[in-house]
Design a protein around this ligand. Structure first.
Ligand SMILES: Cc1cc2nc3c(=O)[nH]c(=O)nc-3n(C[C@H](O)[C@H](O)[C@H](O)COP(=O)(O)OP(=O)(O)OC[C@H]3O[C@@H](n4cnc5c(N)ncnc54)[C@H](O)[C@@H]3O)c2cc1C
Length: 378
């Protein structure tokens, strides 16, 4: 897929690969699978300016280019998932401020996010509102000086480490009883707590949040009252395709592990790579991952060119890449035979890591609905 990248983008991907092998791999070896984000990892990512990919140029960033975000996620996810998730969450928790924040809000939060001094996250999901965003129960009522927020959020990534959270809550309006608004919540605000850390099959800083009569100053409302749904969806348009990029990175890591094992493992007197059944698995994995990469890069290039009809491409990229990468990881494990299910083997870890990508930022079923709705309207 390199023909889809400019010389500068190719160089950027190589720089990411250099960071991954020289700096991130030792960090991954040192900290391993953990729910607690290693500070050393955040510092290293900040020094390598990964978080600047999420900022506009006028705030010292690199201009929020979807393709570069995707290239970075592809490389990071193949090496250390906490790094990939952190880049994604810094984006999901800063893009709403970029999209809808006023100058004061942008100046207050974005430069610190770009430096990795402030971690952020995005809180849409609730116990009764997963795929169905309209089911959101959290609600913010106008109160003197701002709003009173009550409700809960579930499955919030990096929620333990984050210093701020973008929270979407119902703020019924006369013209729209289901209107949502977006707020910046800061850790330490009275009535806001991380109520639970959630253990996941592949470690992940995942939490539940609780808001009890939490007073949000009016300065912390993002955009207009009732603008939350648009802000939430526009943010997903960008980051959904990048989940596809992360999936490609994980799938590629599985393919590399399977190829190496197939060349080395001897059965019936020959390396298993000489058997056509194994070769066909490798061929299918490589083909599907290349197709996935093509869909991801296409969606990202469209966004960077300002194409406003993005939902279909972003969903296709996410759907195909996460499903293809899942198949690739499963086949890589099969090629490893019994060694594949041994705790501590690379493919065993990838098998657990890839699974959630078909669920978060919209399940595969929801992506199919978005694609179908879009083609039926064409
Ligand atoms: C590891 C992880 C990290 C996450 N991080 C975040 C985060 O940082 N912030 C955040 O806000 N959320 C986050 N999420 C939440 C995630 O986006 C939701 O889990 C996801 O949207 C699905 O919601 P649900 O789990 O409630 O499943 P449900 O919506 O209850 O879905 C259950 C099943 O029903 C299917 N289904 C539902 N509706 C339909 C329909 N209309 N047609 C066909 N099938 C349907 C789904 O596809 C799924 O298979 C995270 C989730 C995970 C697992």
């Amino acid at each position: 897929m390199d023909f889809m990248l400019s010389e500068e983008e190719t160089q950027f991907k190589e720089q990411c690969q250099h960071f991954a092998s020289e700096i991130l791999t030792p960090i991954s070896n040192k900290y391993g699978e953990t729910d607690d984000l290693p500070t050393e990892m955040i510092r290293a990512m900040a020094e390598a300016e990964f978080f600047k990919l999420l900022l506009p140029e006028e705030l010292g960033g690199k201009g929020i280019k979807a393709l570069k975000i995707c290239l970075a996620r592809e490389v990071l996810a193949g090496v250390y998932c906490p790094a990939d998730v952190t880049l994604a969450m810094q984006g999901l928790g800063s893009y709403p401020i970029f999209l809808a924040g006023n100058e004061t809000q942008k100046a207050k939060y974005l430069p610190r996010i770009g430096e990795g001094e402030l971690l952020t996250t995005y809180a849409l999901t609730e116990p009764e509102a997963g795929s169905d965003v309209n089911g959101i129960k959290s609600h913010a009522e106008e109160a003197p000086g701002g709003f009173l927020l009550n409700g809960r959020k579930r499955f919030i990534s990096n929620g333990h480490a984050a210093g701020i959270v973008i929270v979407f809550a119902k703020t019924p309006l006369e013209e729209n009883a289901r209107a949502l608004s977006a707020f910046v919540l800061e850790k330490g605000m009275e009535g806001f707590k991380v109520s639970k850390r959630l253990p996941v099959m592949a470690p992940h800083d995942l939490v539940e949040l609780e808001f009890t009569n939490c007073h949000i100053p009016k300065e912390n409302l993002l955009g207009e009252l009732g603008d939350g749904y648009r802000i939430a969806m526009k943010t997903l348009d960008l980051f959904r395709m990048s989940v596809g990029a992360a999936a490609v990175g994980i799938g590629q890591a599985a393919l590399s592990a399977a190829k190496a094992y197939a060349k080395e493992r001897v059965q019936f007197g020959s390396p298993i790579a000489t058997y056509q059944a194994v070769q066909f698995k490798l061929a299918a994995m490589a083909t599907e991952l290349d197709a996935a990469r093509g869909l991801v890069y296409t969606a990202a290039i469209k966004l960077d060119r300002g194409d406003s009809q993005l939902a279909k491409s972003a969903s296709m990229a996410k759907l195909f890449a996460t499903e293809a990468a899942f198949r690739a990881v499963d086949e890589a494990l099969q090629i490893h035979g019994g060694m594949g299910v041994m705790v501590g083997s690379t493919v065993e870890r990838l098998y657990r890591e890839i699974r959630a990508l078909r669920i978060y930022e919209g399940t595969s079923e929801i992506q199919r609905l978005i694609i179908a709705n879009s083609i039926l309207k064409e």
